[in-house]
Design a protein around this ligand. Structure first.
Ligand SMILES: NC(=O)CC(=O)C(=O)O
Length: 286
C-alpha cells in the first residue's frame, strides 16, 4: 500500500519577528531567513511563513497593506522568485488580499511550488472575532471578509491542507483535507498571549490525532511592544500527537522531518481511518 506521503520530507517553519511598517523590509527579512534555513538544512523541501508576515496584524491596517493577487504584485513576485531560487515549496504565510471585483479584503495564504508557480491560495474562512473579558477583544470582520472554501493542494510529495490560525478551531477543515488524502495540515497563524497558552498546543495536537496526519503551525515571534502580542511557539506535531519541533517566543527557525512510516504505522496500529461509522453520522459523510 502506498503512503499518502511519498517520501521522508524535511520542513522548516520560520518564526519571523513581528512585521514592521515597511513591507519591502519584511519581505527582505523573510528572504534572509529562508536562505538561512536552506544553508542550515540544504534538503529542506517545504518552508512555512507566519500569518500576516509582511503586514501588521491589525484590523485598521489590512486595507492599506492589501494586494491584488496577480503575478506582478509585490509579494507574489517576491515569494515566487524565492521558491524557484531555493527549489522549495513555499507556504507564504498570509497577506491581506484585495479582490478588485468586490472591493473586499481577505486574509489569504499563498502557496508556491518549487518552480515558483502559485499553486493555490486559501482565504481565512473563519474570522477571528472574539471578546474574552479581561483577555482580548479582536474583530477581524470589521475590515475582512471570510473565504468560502476548504483548501487541499497537490504537491509532488502528496496533498496538503491549508488553514489560517482561527481556522484550526474548526475541525471540519482538517477533516475534509484528511479525507481527501492530505498528509499534513499547515496553518500560518498568529495566536496571542491570551489564547495561545490556553489552546495552541491542544488544537495542534487534536487536529493531528483526529486525522492521523502532521500539523504545522507557524507563528510570528513575540513583540512585547506590539499592540497584538503573538504567542510564538511554532510547532510541528506528528500523527500520534507528539510535538516533534517547537520554537520559543523569539525569532527562530524550527526544522522537522516528516516520515511516511510514522503515518502508516500509527494508522495500522490505531485504525480509526477505517473504523468510522458513517452509518451513524451520515451528515458528516462528505
Ligand atoms: N488570531 C487568530 O486568528 C486566532 C487566535 O488567536 C485564536 O483562535 O485564539
Amino acid at each position: 500500500m502506498s503512503s499518502i506521503l511519498s517520501q521522508k520530507l524535511k520542513v522548516a517553519l520560520i518564526q519571523l519577528a513581528g512585521s514592521k511598517p515597511d513591507k519591502s523590509a519584511n519581505l527582505q527579512r523573510a528572504a534572509k531567513f529562508i536562505e538561512k534555513a536552506l544553508i542550515d538544512q540544504p534538503d529542506t523541501k517545504i518552508v512555512v511563513l507566519p500569518e500576516c508576515f509582511n503586514s501588521p496584524y491589525a484590523v485598521d491596517k489590512f486595507r492599506e497593506y492589501s494586494e491584488i493577487i496577480t503575478p506582478d504584485s509585490m509579494s507574489i513576485k517576491f515569494l515566487s522568485n524565492l521558491a524557484s531560487k531555493f527549489n522549495i515549496y513555499l507556504i507564504g504565510g498570509s497577506i491581506p488580499e484585495l479582490d478588485p471585483s468586490t472591493d473586499k479584503i481577505y486574509n489569504t495564504s499563498i502557496v508556491f511550488d518549487n518552480r515558483g508557480k502559485l499553486i493555490g491560495t486559501h482565504r481565512k474562512a473563519h474570522l477571528f472575532d472574539v471578546d474574552i473579558p479581561n483577555g482580548i477583544t479582536f474583530k477581524e470582520s470589521e475590515t475582512l471578509s471570510s473565504g468560502d472554501n476548504a483548501t487541499t493542494l497537490d504537491t509532488k510529495f502528496g496533498k496538503i491542507g491549508l488553514g489560517i490560525c482561527y481556522d484550526m478551531r474548526f475541525p471540519e477543515l482538517a477533516m475534509l483535507s484528511a479525507r481527501k488524502g492530505a498528509f499534513a495540515m499547515i496553518y500560518p497563524s498568529a495566536f496571542n498571549t491570551v489564547t495561545g497558552p490556553m489552546h495552541w498546543h491542544l488544537l495542534a495536537r487534536s487536529r493531528a490525532v483526529d486525522n492521523q496526519i502532521y500539523t504545522m503551525l507557524c507563528s510570528p515571534a513575540r513583540d512585547n511592544n506590539s499592540s497584538y502580542k503573538a504567542y510564538g511557539h511554532s510547532l510541528v506535531v506528528n500523527p500520534r500527537g507528539d510535538i516533534i519541533a517547537e520554537a520559543g517566543e523569539g525569532e527562530e527557525i524550527i526544522y522537522a522531518e516528516l516520515d511516511p512510516n510514522e503515518i502508516d504505522t500509527f494508522r495500522q496500529g490505531v485504525p480509526v481511518t477505517k473504523q468510522r461509522r458513517f452509518d451513524i453520522y451520515p451528515d458528516v459523510n462528505k
